[in-house]
Design a protein around this ligand. Structure first.
Ligand code: URP
Ligand code: ZN
Ligand code: ZN
Ligand code: ZN
Length: 488
């Protein structure tokens, strides 16, 4: 196959601008973006007339080959990425989980898992305990391993959860390294209590999952993380914002000028809690994830927050468990492995829910699904843009064709799909990853080992001026108060 590619006559969309132009690609890199590019016969030509030519999606939140709750996700770095490519996503950032608290061992394990990759990927890293070694390893991860973000779990008590003391240590360490702190915001102690209460009441089914960890616990943890980040002058990234409660805390902090980023996920934008009450256990269990999918109304509010800029980018939290794995919790919802799919469906569902409905523009779509993620994790404009010099990660979306989601034809290894039956207008007809056509005519052409690890450098801009803010804060604390020393 030719390594030269011309995409002709489409509307090229970047986050700030769209225009009709051709895109010329050589050896995996975009070489030119302008009208009427002429080429020789050794170039593969794709006609994009009447279609949108956009940066491939970047999913900021996935869990491939993840060992969790006594089992392992069915999608690994090959099947999960193949699914992603079929849905127009060309890069994802996965969460490295430390092995027995060791970041180095965790990183090596994920390096191995990712060898079969067929698309580009980056890593965040979870921090699950705290000591001098972890602190030193964080430095190694940022300076040598290409990790610039760390996730702290405020939930999953007894497993991944950390307390406020560690959260503060972690925030400070992130700041000193120029890395971004991320939180899974739910009050883990209260969730634990809520779960016990449900079991005592005899509510053992999937609805107990929703009842045991209501939105108020997500709001509390989000508020707490935001305030602690403010206390140490740290920017903060809140992953999987699922509720109005959490979203409003983010809105308030941003209004006050605090640097908080909020990431809703597709399940929170398009599904509602009623699935957890489904009379069939198998169906209901499919929708168990944390924080839980909320009541109708939260979905619309999160969409609104995306359209107004309160929330900045969309992830999936793709974490795929089959019916047999979900069935571990047949007698106790606490044992249902948490997670839903989305890596393949995100681009279509965001298009349909946000653009097709008129809530956002096509340029906004590119920003929310690709560009903003590349900017936040410091790989823009190599990723997230259709510009000369950027990687050739490109999709062609036909706004007049339709998509329909079904487990019968999806590319994930899952035996079911939480978005089963959803359909609408706007279809990704072609996906180009690293200059290769990997998805065309509903056919995938992918090979293990073709994806690359994208190192994400630490930030400079994120912490610009923060030293001054810290100094002002400290001096305000140290302002002398003159008190008379007379004893009486
Ligand atoms: O239920 C979920 N979200 N599973 C994945 C782990 C996490 O908390 O992101
Ligand atoms: Zn594995
Ligand atoms: Zn989480
Ligand atoms: Zn997650």
């Amino acid at each position: 196959a030719s390594s030269k590619l011309l995409i002709k006559g489409g509307t090229v969309v970047n986050a700030q601008h769209q225009e009709i132009a051709d895109v010329y690609v050589e050896d995996g890199i975009i070489v030119a973006v302008k009208p009427n590019i002429r080429v020789g016969d050794d170039v593969t030509v794709l006609d994009a007339t009447g279609k949108f030519v956009m940066p491939g999606g970047i999913d900021p939140h996935t869990h491939l080959d993840f060992e969790f709750m006594g089992t392992e996700t069915v999608d690994d770095f090959f099947s999960g990425q193949a699914a992603a490519l079929a849905g127009g996503t060309t890069m994802h950032i996965d969460f490295v989980i430390p092995v027995d608290g060791s970041l180095t061992a965790g990183f090596e394990a994920y390096e191995k898992k990712a060898k079969k990759s067929c698309m580009d990927y980056g890593f965040h890293m979870a921090i699950t305990k705290w000591d001098e070694t972890v602190s030193k390893e964080m430095e190694l991860m940022v300076k040598e391993k290409g990790i610039n973000s760390f996730k702290f779990f405020m939930a999953y008590k007894g497993a991944l959860m950390i307390n406020d003391d560690l959260l503060l240590e972690g925030f400070k360490k992130c700041k000193s390294l120029g890395a971004l702190a991320m939180v899974h915001a739910e009050n883990g102690d209260a969730v634990y209590e809520g779960q016990k209460r449900m079991i005592e009441l005899g509510i053992t089914g999937p609805e107990g999952h929703a009842l045991s960890r209501p939105a108020v616990l997500e709001g509390e943890a989000t508020a707490r993380a935001i305030r602690l980040a403010s206390f140490v002058n740290n920017p903060l990234y809140v992953v999987h914002v699922m509720s109005i409660d959490a979203m409003e805390e983010i809105a308030k902090a941003r209004k006050e000028g605090q640097r908080v980023i909020g990431e809703p996920v597709v399940s929170g934008l398009v599904l509602d809690e009623s699935w957890l009450w489904h009379p069939d256990f198998k169906t209901a269990a499919r929708y168990v994830m944390s924080p839980p999918i909320r009541k109708r109304g939260h979905d619309k509010a999160l969409q609104g927050a995306l359209s107004t800029g309160v929330l900045q980018l969309v992830g999936t939290d793709h974490c795929a468990f089959n019916s047999t794995q979900k069935a571990f919790g047949i007698d106790d919802f606490r044992k249902i492995p948490n997670g839903v799919n989305g890596i393949e469906e995100r681009m279509h569902l965001v298009w349909n829910t946000m653009v097709e409905s008129g809530q956002i523009s096509v340029t906004d779509y590119v920003r929310l699904t690709s560009t903003e993620c590349a900017r936040i994790f410091n790989v823009y404009p190599r990723k997230g843009a259709i510009l000369a010099g950027s990687d050739a990660d490109i999709i062609i979306l036909n706004p007049n064709a339709s998509f329909e989601i079904t487990a019968k034809s999806h590319h994930s290894r899952l035996d079911a799909n939480v978005y089963e039956g959803k359909k609408g207008k706007g279809k990704v007809e072609v996906t180009i990853a690293g200059g290769r056509i990997v998805w065309q005519n509903n056919e995938l052409k992918v090979a293990p080992g073709t994806g690359r690890y994208i190192k994400m450098p630490p930030f400079s801009y994120l912490y610009d001026g923060i030293d001054k803010i810290d100094a002002a804060y400290l001096s305000s604390l140290q302002a002398p108060v003159n008190r008379a020393k007379s004893a009486s």
